[in-house]
Design a protein around this ligand. Structure first.
Ligand code: AOF
Ligand code: ZN
Length: 340
């Protein structure tokens, strides 16, 4: 079947997806959204949802057109998410688009938010604006995956990060707790943490590493909620997690059932949870089929007294994950496994 969309149209929506990236790590629990306004085949303005509480993408694009001396009247808006039709942190984008005189709106992905669902497109059509939906929809779905996942399930997308040595070991018992991956790799880990609303470890990790679990190596305006699974109250009183200025939740034995914990986090609008625990905690998430993404970091180090990760391709596959990519993070090779 011939493509419904022209190359130019795809290019404009791709640009909307690209500008949406500027909000990454800054907009949760809202999705990343981008918008470009096109007139006579030229982009006259662009906008994105920049930070929580900031303008929505469409409104920023309309504003951008005005400040560049362009009129939005008669423009086509390419927007990665169905425009909202509700008064929330901002007034409805549907009204802004109408007032701006936009003649057509092309949408990548519908908005599954129950207060918006379907109505945004309907309202625009009722106002005589042509609307087409579905352009680069799959790409938009990947970009806003935690938001879509949370709208559907009301609990967070679970992203696991685990580093192993050449033997598949996560730690060296012969040494004090220490990092065995490169500095550049650590930068990537912090960038990934920044995209997550919460970071979880088991109490073993707190006892052994006394970690901070904050975002430090990349710029950020907020810190993730830290979560410790600690059924037997073993978190040391002087643990950094309990004594710095950031928030930590200690989950006791009533949260031995992980789905209940995920629901509780979902209620707090935690849309993406990073699990950085040791083999026991990560194994529990895997065995219960609760992992959506797994970053397996392969270091070139070899431990003297290895602690087995018990993670291999077979275990990841049987937890419902597929190998979807390989990246280099400094000296390390990272295999990404994803629930498709
Ligand atoms: C849009 N354009 O750029 C975004 C939208 O609380 P609010 O007012 O910021 O609304 C958040 C909801 O609006 C969010 O859950 C999602 O449904 C939609 N986000 N909509 O038209 C945007 N970020
Ligand atoms: Zn909006």
């Amino acid at each position: 079947m011939a493509s419904l969309w022209t190359t130019d149209e795809k290019g404009f929506m791709q640009r909307a997806l690209d500008v949406a990236e500027r909000g990454r790590g800054r907009v949760s629990p809202n999705p990343l959204v981008g918008c470009v306004l096109v007139k006579d085949g030229e982009v006259i303005a662009e906008g994105w949802h920049d930070h929580l509480g900031g303008l929505h993408a469409e409104q920023m694009a309309i504003h951008d057109a005005e400040s560049n001396g362009h009129s939005s009247n008669g423009a086509i808006a390419y927007v990665t998410l169905e425009p909202c039709n509700h008064f929330g942190r901002t007034p409805p984008c549907t009204e802004s688009l109408m007032w701006a005189g936009v003649k057509e709106v092309i949408v990548a992905h519908y908005d599954p938010n129950p207060t918006v669902r379907g109505k945004g497109i309907q309202v625009l059509q009722d106002a005589g604006i042509q609307v087409r939906q579905g352009l680069l929809e799959a790409e938009a779905a990947i970009q806003m995956r935690p938001f879509l996942h949370w709208c559907q399930h009301r609990h967070p997308l679970v992203t696991v990060k685990m580093a192993v040595d050449t033997l598949g070991s996560v730690d060296d018992r012969s040494l004090e707790a220490q990092r065995f991956t490169s500095e550049v790799c650590l930068d990537h880990v912090h960038a990934l943490r920044k995209e997550c609303d919460a970071v979880l470890v088991g109490v073993e990790t707190v006892v052994r590493d006394n970690p901070q679990l904050t975002v430090r190596r990349v710029e950020t305006e907020r810190q993730p909620l830290r979560v410790i699974i600690d059924p037997n109250q073993r978190t040391p009183e002087d643990a950094i997690l309990l004594n710095d200025e950031h928030q930590t939740l200690v989950m006791g034995k009533e949260f031995n059932s992980l789905p209940a914990l995920l629901n509780l986090l979902g209620d707090q609008e935690i849309q993406r949870l990073m699990v950085e625990g040791g083999p026991t905690t990560i194994g529990n998430f895997l065995d219960q089929g609760l992992v959506d993404e797994f970053y397996l970091i392969h270091s070139k180090a070899t431990h003297q007294q290895p602690v087995a990760s018990n993670i291999d391709s077979e275990r990841l596959s049987s937890a419902g994950l597929s190998h979807t990519g390989t990246e280099n993070w400094g000296d390390e090779t990272v295999h990404l496994w994803t629930r498709l």
